[in-house]
Design a protein around this ligand. Sequence first.
Ligand SMILES: NC(=O)c1ccc[n+]([C@@H]2O[C@H](COP(=O)([O-])OP(=O)(O)OC[C@H]3O[C@@H](n4cnc5c(N)ncnc54)[C@H](O)[C@@H]3O)[C@@H](O)[C@H]2O)c1
Length: 285
Amino acid sequence: MDIKKVAVIGAGIMGHGISQVIATAGLEVKLYDISEEMLEKAKYKIENSLERGIKKGKIDEKAKKDILERISFTPNLSEAVKNADLIIEAVYENLDLKKDIFKKLDAICLNETVFASNTSQYSITDIASVVSNPSRVIGMHWFNPPVAMNLIEIVRGIETSEKTVSRIKEFSLKVGKESVVCKDSQGFISTRILVAMRLECYRILEEGIATKEDIDKTLRLAFGHPMGQFELSDLSGLDIEVPICESLVKVFGDRFRPPQNLLQRVSAGKFGRKTGEGWYDYDEK
Ligand SMILES: NC(=O)c1ccc[n+]([C@@H]2O[C@H](COP(=O)([O-])OP(=O)(O)OC[C@H]3O[C@@H](n4cnc5c(N)ncnc54)[C@H](O)[C@@H]3O)[C@@H](O)[C@H]2O)c1
């Protein structure tokens, strides 16, 4: 069954970008958040991003209008998920919160609806344990910013059905993304690789071996990465890194333990671009 109607839960960094990609691919998307302020910010950010697309000659005014018309912003969960073929959850990286949302969805959604989580590392099997039909639950891990990044990491929980995997593979292609599939394992493929590299950058800084600017420059110029890990951490948010590290420590041990320089910034509310300060300072929040 073709996926035509999509609901996205959580209008933050990922949720708004994911919604923009889906609407750009010509599908209807309803974006839900408990915070009306986040919904307003999401709309503003999508409009800005489309405006940049016009300036670069990638889309015209009509396309911008059509894309925006395909996205509804709502603080009402039942209204958002009504008749959805696919629901993509992108709320804070908190396992209890995610499970709570999936439990609510289970009670109000059609049995055919696929439930996808954009979690960066939690067990899909664990999240699926709260719903009556876990075969429809899957990991759909997008990358930041969703508009620019071409990969979706599909995570198969123990009970995820083949049908659910193929529907999400097909949907990924439809919205213009490549996909990889992996088994449900803490940190999947990408988060394990990314966190290992990022923590090594933090440790090099903490040991006083180099400045963050030079560590970032090394990643960009020696390895061809588009951004350094400090820049990327500021973009994705330092606050979401700590729980990710802590969960990885539980499974893989000390190699994923978050260093002091990360923990202190998070305690001080320096979460990166979204708070105006992280590893670097930013004028705009
Ligand atoms: N930021 C990244 O680079 C990145 C990349 C890949 C995956 N992820 C994952 O995507 C998810 C979202 O991350 P983010 O960076 O977009 O977070 P964010 O902090 O930018 O946004 C989270 C949103 O969830 C909303 N929310 C909280 N509780 C809610 C509820 N009960 N119902 C509806 N909305 C609720 C908040 O209001 C907020 O708008 C996380 O699981 C994260 O691990 C993040």
